[in-house]
Design a protein around this ligand. Structure first.
Ligand code: NAD
Length: 484
């Protein structure tokens, strides 16, 4: 039986894209599975003047693919209220408090509140200080704040933001979303590493030649040109998702799966990241790129996208090699690649093992691939004897890829993360120390790139990035395992 939690959600940015695409479906699934019952309510707030009825119709529309019946969906949507709200207006917080207290009584919620900040981070400090000052925070239940990315644009701005939020909420009340940490196969990295002796024993620098993380999108910037042109791939993907994955792949075994122990081991990795060498020459450890028109001329280049500077130097692609300066991993590169308008949408990790020690065969490296999305599962590429005479090898692929149906039925990242918030489990959220340390690493790369103002390497849209990304890895005698 699912454990039901009483909760009032107050969603700032309730008319936005994220709320519609991710939050309402996730909350509905939790309701369907019994993690939320009759004692839950949602107040959606945003600038637009919507009625409760209209809001409930919007919620019903967003869950239309998931509903058991019209009646079930209507009952669920009946828990939602809308309050038009300007985040800077103190008077609105008084109205919000009155509505929150009323719903708390009506649904018997007993003071548990989740404040979901699904808006531009420039408002986070204003909202959290008003929540505290206008007494939206309760004494009789839990008060938790969910914060969307981006958490700042460099170390200084993230620290400023964090200080503002900390003036009203403690770190243990904050849940910074990194939706990669909610993905099944990212969570599975630790299970794979620490529950299989075979893998556990070979997860070291003697056996592993290199790690390769690929987070590629085939889409361009779509409607997010304005945001993206100021951000770029390094800030948008590397500071958070990529470095989180690096820490999960290389951290030591935690003493237990508590938030504190897991964070301790992740932090040990982030603290040990070697300063990146970033130059315009061959010794560089990070390269960038920007998508140009595709080879067939049908897909436009980044500079022609809506709300993008036609002379923009913003990177839509990053490749790099990350080194961890610990006895366990020194000299084992973690190659990373991420970008937009690449040949295929995929998130995966390829773990490339060293050739066998005996040198009897001309063996190819064993490769363990962790498929994060859209396929989910593992693949193991091994050498095996070709049938027939001689001692020749051929590769064999052991595959444990989950069926489309299984993937579809398994909980989506937002559903799992919101459930974690209901349960007060912070393991799969980014702690301030992790965020701060990651920004400090990424800032070093940013600073160098910002000083190279003359040009940026281009790659044709729908390829796997600029030639520089191949040179980076080939200079070490390695190759990208994943080729679209
Ligand atoms: P959006 O632009 O679609 O929605 C923003 C919301 O904020 C709207 O509801 C708008 O009415 C409200 N708003 C703006 N100014 C306001 C004001 N002064 N007072 C009251 N309300 C105001 O944005 P989104 O795509 O839903 O994203 C929300 C947050 O989530 C952002 O921080 C974004 O970076 C993050 N995020 C979004 C996605 C995504 O897939 N959409 C993915 C990851 C992170």
């Amino acid at each position: 039986m699912s454990q039901e939690t009483k909760a009032l959600f107050i969603i700032f940015g309730a008319t936005g894209d994220l709320a519609h695409r991710k939050l309402y479906p996730a909350i509905y699934k939790l309701y369907k599975k019994g993690f939320l019952g009759e004692s839950f309510a949602v107040i959606g707030t945003a600038r637009r003047e919507w009625s409760d009825d209209y809001y409930q119709d919007v919620v019903m529309d967003s869950i239309s693919d998931l509903t058991e019946s019209e009646e079930h969906a209507r009952t669920f949507a009946g828990h939602f209220r809308y309050q038009s709200h300007n985040v800077k207006d103190t008077e609105h917080y008084h109205m919000l408090k009155d509505l929150a207290d009323k719903l708390d009584d009506e649904y018997g919620i007993e003071g548990n509140r989740i404040f979901y900040l699904s808006m531009s981070p420039s408002f986070f400090g204003t909202i959290t200080s008003h929540l505290r000052e206008q007494n939206l925070v309760t004494d009789n239940g839990f008060n938790r704040v969910i914060i969307e990315k981006p958490f700042g644009s460099d170390f200084d701005s993230s620290k400023e933001l964090n200080d503002e939020i900390n003036a009203s909420f403690d770190e243990d009340q904050l849940y910074r979303i990194d939706h990669y940490l909610g993905k099944e196969m990212v969570q599975n990295i630790l299970a794979l590493r620490f529950s299989n002796r075979l893998i556990e024993n070979s997860w070291n620098k003697e056996s592993i030649s290199n790690f390769q993380i690929t987070l590629s999108e085939d889409l361009g910037v779509e409607e997010r040109g304005e945001y993206y042109d100021k951000s770029g791939a390094l800030r948008d993907m590397v500071q958070n998702h990529v470095l989180q994955m690096v820490s999960l792949l290389t951290m030591n075994s935690p003493k237990s799966f508590t938030t504190v122990e897991v964070r301790k081991e992740k932090m040990a990795i982030l603290n040990a990241l070697k300063d990146p060498v970033v130059t315009q020459d061959e010794d560089t450890e990070f390269v960038r790129g920007q998508y140009d028109t595709s080879d067939n001329g049908e897909t436009k280049g980044y500079r022609s996208e809506d709300k993008v500077d036609p002379e923009s130097l913003t990177e839509t692609f990053v490749a790099g090699k990350i080194f961890i300066d610990t006895d366990e991993w020194r000299d084992t590169p973690v190659y990373i690649r991420t970008g937009k308008r690449l040949a295929q949408k995929t998130s995966r990790v390829d773990v490339v093992f060293n050739p066998s020690e005996t040198a009897l065969y001309d063996d190819k490296p064993t490769v363990l691939s962790i498929l994060v999305s859209p396929d989910e599962g593992f693949e193991l590429l091994l050498n095996n004897k070709q049938i027939g005479p001689g001692m020749h090898l051929e590769p064999v692929r052991l595959s444990a890829v989950r069926s489309e149906e299984t993937v579809e039925e398994s909980p989506e990242a937002y559903e799992k993360l919101i459930l974690d918030v209901l349960n007060g489990d912070e393991t799969h959220f980014a702690h301030w120390q992790e965020v701060a340390t990651s920004w400090k690493y990424v800032d070093q790369i940013r600073k160098r790139w910002d000083s190279y103002t003359d040009s940026i390497p281009f790659y044709p849209a729908l390829t796997m990035g600029p030639d520089e990304a191949d040179t980076l890895i080939e200079n070490d005698g390695n190759n990208w395992i994943y080729k679209a």
